[in-house]
Design a protein around this ligand. Structure first.
Ligand code: S3P
Length: 171
């Protein structure tokens, strides 16, 4: 089985993917890392040098390869992955895939994206004081895609272990 973790930037997808995969005895994968390896550039460099459209096409291509492979894996998506190229249709169409939306509040997402905004091209250039409004608007637009996940798990004020246990109980 494949477990796909989705959610906004800073919701903890990569951290939870690693911890969950360890418990389940499978590999954790990170879609952004896979894209970086394919292209040979970091995510900020891809946005800067090739543009977001190039990134979204690559994201879809790498997702399709991952989703259609036989490997049992916990895969952390990028924050925007569910919202482009019919990616949620692709994810939902696979019988062996379970998707989980890691849901976080605007205030906890704000804290987390501010601590590593240099890694996030969509946030660079936005003033720290404007980040809550930016996230609120962005989240509102993305919510319909995120809510197509098979399960929704709230992550606010929970430890990694708590979130991992909740996910395991759902599967
Ligand atoms: C993006 C989120 C990032 C990365 C890219 C675009 C987005 O992933 O894929 O910068 O559109 O929300 P994380 O959610 O892992 O930061």
């Amino acid at each position: 089985m494949k477990i796909v973790l989705l959610g906004y930037m800073g919701s903890g997808k990569s951290t939870i993917a690693k911890a969950l995969a360890l418990e389940m005895g499978v590999n954790a994968k990170d879609l952004d890392k896979q894209i970086e390896a394919h292209v040979g550039l970091s995510i900020p460099e891809i946005f800067e040098q090739k543009g977001e459209l190039f990134f979204r096409k690559k994201e879809h291509q790498v997702l399709e390869e991952e989703i259609k492979s036989d490997a049992n894996v916990v895969l952390a998506l990028g924050g925007g992955t569910p919202c482009y190229s019919n990616n949620m249709d692709l994810i939902s169409s696979q019988e062996n895939v379970r998707s989980i939306y890691l849901k976080a509040s605007i205030s906890s997402l704000t804290k987390r994206v501010l601590s590593d905004s240099y890694e996030r091209p969509l946030i660079t250039g936005i003033k720290a004081e404007d980040i809550p409004e930016f996230i609120g608007k962005h989240l509102f637009e993305r919510m319909p895609f995120y809510e197509r996940a098979d399960f929704i798990v709230s992550v606010d004020d929970k430890s990694v272990q708590q979130v991992v246990s909740e996910i395991r109980n759902l599967l």
